[in-house]
Design a binder for this molecule. Sequence first.
Ligand code: AMP
Length: 390
Amino acid sequence: MLVLVINSGSSSLKYQVRDVEAGSVLAEGLVEKIGMGTGGEGDGEIEGPRDHAEALEQVDAEIHAALGDRELDAVGHRVVHGGERFAEPVLINNEITRAIERLNPLAPLHNPANVLGIRAISKKWPDMPQVAVFDTAFHRTLPEHAWRYAVPEELYANHGIRRYGFHGTSHEYVAHRAAALLDVPLEEFDAVIAHLGNGASVTAIRGGQSVDTSMGFTPLEGLVMGTRSGDLDPSILVFLGRAGWSPEDLDAMLNRQSGLKGLAGNNDMRSVVEAAEAGDARAAMALAVASYRLAKYIGGYHVAVGGAKALVFTAGIGENSHQFRGLVAERLGALGVLLDDGLNRERSKEPRVISTASSAIPVLVVPTDEERAIAEATAAVVAHPASVAP
Ligand code: AMP
């Protein structure tokens, strides 16, 4: 089955065409600057597409050669917010599209863009089966004690203020692969998975299911990220609000100027590690804050899962930065975690164990592949639509 995987942002459209049975990628690309016009007058910058429909025309032209005489069978959309309703991928119809749209207030930057992508496909290919794969869905198994904030009930009842969790597609995919690597049935897999990319979250897996995760109402909660603060005392916002900061100022500060960027002046982990190795004290401090925060979560989630049988690193930093993995592992001595330095430094695209034989908890690196997971989920829903009704 040929699946077009779409990750639609407000001004960008990332895509991949995958042959699900062969596990291969036929085409991939990114259309940017949607709806942004030219960058300036007469400066020779290429004009971006006017809207998502025009961006899709560009995608269609780009994938044409790769498809040859084959045709797309389905489209899978990465949808950021599935709210409390969606615990599984779902075949899209008008009602589902409206339901995703109703969740816009919970993900104002993402869900409207996802809906634009869905509508652009419906218009261009009215008969194409489309499937929504939600970033929140895997975390619908969180117990109430993990998803509640200790705030007045009406905030949950009237505004949906609770913890949802994100990166679910990646955590679920990595959980499956890690369990398979260790030859443990998924239903018996208890682990902590750290997805460390520009956005970062850590998930507690018990019996193959998510029982806690570090992102909450939005993807801001939890770990120190590239430009996001992660956890802080909410009174800081009250304090700054009283000092005249607007909601937009606070949003920009927390989401775009904080994290590694706020601490070290650079949001890219590779650069921060290099700077720290060259003696930059701010970079070293940023790594210490980020690794300490993650180690605290891992300790907490070790308890949440009743004793993790694996610690798994994934995504850009988790897969590639042996230095950051090393810093985190150093702080986990109390759990008996011991990395094998040689295995930790090895570069590979394969899932692998990087701990010593005597480590109390095996430590794994498992590359994530959200597009593959979305393509496989899409193919499964299209093959058996009735069995996965929400
Ligand atoms: P992602 O969002 O998953 O693409 O991850 C992006 C993050 O991964 C950035 O902070 C990159 O600096 C980091 N990253 C990618 N490759 C490496 C590498 N070889 N060493 C350290 N960090 C890396």
